[in-house]
Write a protein that binds this ligand. Structure first.
Ligand code: GFB
Length: 311
C-alpha cells in the first residue's frame, strides 16, 4: 500500500477497526477514510454503493460486523446472520464494482467445525457441523470468505480473508450481556475487588479452552497480510497457545490482585470445547504474535481500573 493511498476502514469505531487505524497512522498512512453509521448504514446497499462511487477507495479493511460473546450470539441470532451478511455483501460487491485494488475481510475462528481436530488448520473449513451457539455468525462469516474467494475466481479481485482467534484490547465491549469472556471477567473481577465481594461468577464449567490475541497484534498481522499475501485461501491469525476459562479467571484475579473465590454458573453454555488456531501458515509467511496474554491483560487492566461500571 502506498503511504498516500486511499484506505477505507469499515468498522472504525469497533475494537478491530480502531486498532487498524492506530496501526495505519503509526506507520504513516495519510489518507484513511471512515464513515459513521448514521451517515452510511453498511446494511443498506444504496448507501454503501453511493459511498464507494463517491470515494473510490484504493484499499479496504472490512472490520465492520455485528459481534458479541456467547450470550449475544445465541440470543440475537437473526441479527447476527442478517446484519453480517448485508454488511459484507454490500462492501465486497461495491469494492468489486469500484475496482478496489485490495480488500481484507476479517472473519473469526468460530467458522471451523465444532469438533474439528486441533489445532485448527485453514483446510478444515466446511468439513463438519458448526457450534450451535454461534452458528448464525459463523455462517455469515463463511459467506464472506466465499464471496472473497469467488470474486477472485470469477472477476480477478484481490480480496483476502483472515481469521482471528478470540480478541481483546482497547475499545472492547464491557456490557456483560454482549461481551466476550475476557472483558466480562475483567469487569466482574475488578468490581468484586473494589466492592469487597468474596465471590465472582464464571459462566459454564470453566473447562473450555480458548486462545486470546491482543488486538494490536491483530492489526499488525492484518497490515502484514495486506502487504504480503494475495491468495484465495484464508489465513489464521492467533498465538498458537490456549488456556482454560478457569485458568483465565485465575490469571485475571492475579493481575487484579483479587483474592476471592470463583463460582461456576452451569446454567450458562460452554460453547465450543476447544478452538486453537494452527498458525503455521502465518508463521511461514513471516509474522508472529508479540504480546503475551499476561502482558496484554496487564495493559488492558490499567484501562479497566479507570472505568466507571454501573451495576
Ligand atoms: O468469549 P465467549 O463469550 O465466546 O465465551 P466464545 C468463551 C467461554 O467463556 C465460554 C465462558 O465457555 C463462556 O461460557 N465464560 C465464562 C464467559 N464467564 C463468562 C462471562 O462472564 N461472559 C462470557 N461472554 N463468557 C464467541 C462466539 O464464542 O467467540 C463468536 O460466540 C465469536 O461467534 C467469538 O467467534 C470470537 O469463544 O464461546
Amino acid at each position: 500500500m502506498e503511504k498516500n493511498a486511499k484506505i477505507y476502514v469499515a468498522g472504525h469505531r469497533g475494537m478491530v477497526g480502531s486498532a487498524i487505524i492506530r496501526k495505519l497512522q503509526q506507520l504513516g498512512y495519510t489518507n484513511i477514510i471512515t464513515r459513521p453509521s448514521a451517515e452510511v448504514d453498511l446494511r443498506n446497499q444504496q448507501q454503501v454503493f453511493s459511498f464507494f462511487e463517491q470515494e473510490k477507495p484504493d484499499y479496504v479493511f472490512l472490520a465492520a460486523a455485528k459481534v458479541g460473546g456467547i450470550y449475544a450470539n445465541n440470543t440475537y441470532r437473526g441479527e447476527f446472520l442478517y446484519d453480517n451478511l448485508m454488511i459484507e455483501s454490500n462492501i465486497i460487491h461495491a469494492a468489486y464494482v469500484n475496482k478496489v485494488k485490495k480488500l481484507l475481510f476479517l472473519g473469526s475462528s468460530c467458522i471451523y467445525p465444532r469438533m474439528a481436530p486441533q489445532p485448527l488448520k485453514e483446510s478444515y473449513l466446511l468439513t463438519g457441523v458448526l457450534e450451535y451457539t454461534n452458528e448464525p455468525y459463523a455462517i455469515a462469516k463463511i459467506a464472506g470468505i466465499k464471496l472473497c474467494e469467488n470474486y477472485r475466481l470469477q472477476y480477478g479481485c484481490n480480496f483476502i480473508s483472515v481469521m482471528p482467534t478470540n480478541l481483546y484490547g482497547p475499545n472492547d465491549n464491557y456490557d456483560l450481556n454482549k461481551s466476550h469472556v475476557l472483558p466480562a471477567l475483567l469487569r466482574k473481577i475488578h468490581t468484586a475487588k473494589i466492592k469487597n465481594i468474596p465471590t465472582v461468577e464464571v459462566w459454564g464449567s470453566g473447562s473450555p479452552l480458548r486462545e486470546f490475541l491482543h488486538v494490536d497484534d491483530l492489526s499488525e498481522a492484518s497490515l502484514f497480510l495486506m502487504e504480503n499475501y494475495s491468495e484465495s485461501e484464508l489465513v489464521n491469525i492467533g498465538t498458537g497457545t490456549e488456556i482454560t476459562i478457569k485458568d483465565l479467571a485465575l490469571l485475571i484475579m492475579r493481575v487484579a490482585d483479587y483474592k476471592g473465590e470463583i463460582i461456576f454458573d452451569s446454567s450458562k453454555p460452554d460453547g465450543t470445547p476447544r478452538k486453537l488456531m494452527d498458525v503455521g501458515k502465518l508463521t511461514a509467511l513471516g509474522w508472529k504474535a508479540k504480546i503475551t496474554l499476561e502482558e496484554g491483560i496487564r495493559m488492558v487492566y490499567k484501562d479497566v481500573e479507570k472505568m466507571n461500571f454501573e451495576e
